[in-house]
Ligand binder design. Structure first.
Ligand code: HEM
Length: 309
């Protein structure tokens, strides 16, 4: 994932700006990127084929958890060479697209909760009122929890993990707002700014689920931007929102997310600081997670023991 982030960052490799450099041999000054490309290709190749071959060789052992992306296809019989290739690289695309983007959003969610106890209280009040305290929430409860929907949407507006989306280049000449854009121009979609435009979002740097006033239309406008545009829009957006939603709902229904304590027992309030890379994470911070009640602890324990089965 680190190599991907480095490779996709505009300006990191001169050859992206001066494509003629691709004809420079790897041993000449300016051709070093070819060695890097070869090495990184080996890494991603091993990762893709390694996990696929592991999946095939463990199909019968019970080590492979089902259902999984490859399972349904492999159960149909031995795939052709082309299909095998497609399966391996669609798996790499799914994991590559999902892993760090989702990890970063989950970390940002916990940071937002530590910084905004008032949001937690409001969400917990909604969960307790709608679901009660006798069962764990379910993804189907989403329909009845507008504040929780706003809480998750606001995560993507406040600090999406892909502030500059994925870089593209124009496939033909274009004119936008009177500006001529030539074919092959690099386009960096500034998703962060679109979601922090003060003309649309009052106090854009503030994490505030109330700004949507419960309107799903206003929330959709955020999610329509956060996952990119056009035919290369993120295919995992629904999965990503559902994952965030499940994690937020499960933790807030059962736990309080609290700041860590220093040696004197004082709360350490973390800064809202983020790395500036293709995929943006929060700077490291500490927190405490405490079950809201003995009943909540038991519900969680039961759910964990069911998962282990
Ligand atoms: C918080 C989570 C996520 C965020 C913020 C995110 C964001 C994005 C963005 C901005 C793009 C670029 C779209 C464009 O080019 O305009 C993208 C592409 C992509 N995403 Fe996601 N994504 C997330 C989760 C996922 C998940 C869970 C998956 C798969 C299960 C996934 C798979 C992909 C793939 C395969 C692409 C490349 C699509 C293409 O180029 O045709 N993403 N994502």
């Amino acid at each position: 994932m680190h190599n991907f982030a480095e490779a996709a960052l505009p300006g990191n490799f001169l050859v992206d700006t001066l494509p003629i450099l691709r004809y420079v041999p790897s041993w000449m000054p300016g051709g070093g990127f070819k060695k890097t490309a070869k090495e990184w290709h080996r890494v991603v190749d091993n990762a893709g084929w390694g996990i696929y071959n592991w999946r095939v060789s463990n199909q019968e052992t019970g080590q492979v958890l089902l259902p999984n992306l490859w399972g349904a296809h492999l159960d149909e019989g031995t795939p052709s060479e082309q299909k095998t290739f497609d399966l391996v690289w669609s798996g790499v695309a799914a994991v590559g697209g999902a892993l760090d983007t989702t990890r970063a959003m989950v970390a940002k969610y916990f940071l937002a909760m530590v910084l905004h106890p008032e949001v937690q209280r409001k969400a917990q009040e909604e969960i307790d009122r709608v679901i009660g305290k006798d069962r764990l929430p379910d993804i189907k409860d989403k329909e009845d929890l507008p504040y929780m929907r706003a809480l998750v949407t606001e995560m993507f507006r406040w600090e999406s993990s892909t502030p500059f989306g994925i870089i593209h280049s124009t496939s033909g000449d274009d004119v936008y707002n009177g500006v001529t854009i030539q074919k092959g121009t690099t386009i960096i979609p500034n998703i962060w700014y679109m979601l922090h435009d003060p003309e649309i979002y009052t106090n854009p740097s503030v994490y505030d689920p109330d700004r949507y006033e419960g309107s799903d239309v206003a929330m959709k406008r955020v999610l329509d931007v956060a996952f990119g545009f056009g035919r290369r829009v993120c295919p995992g957006s629904h999965f990503a929102v559902a994952s965030l939603y499940s994690i937020a709902l499960a933790t807030l229904a059962t736990c309080d997310v609290l700041p860590a304590l220093d040696e004197q027992g004082r709360e350490i309030i973390p800064k809202a600081a983020f790395t500036s890379a293709l995929i943006s994470f929060p700077e490291p911070f500490k927190l405490r997670i405490r079950p809201r009640s003995e009943k909540a602890r038991k519900l969680l324990q039961e759910a964990c023991s069911l998962t282990e089965l």
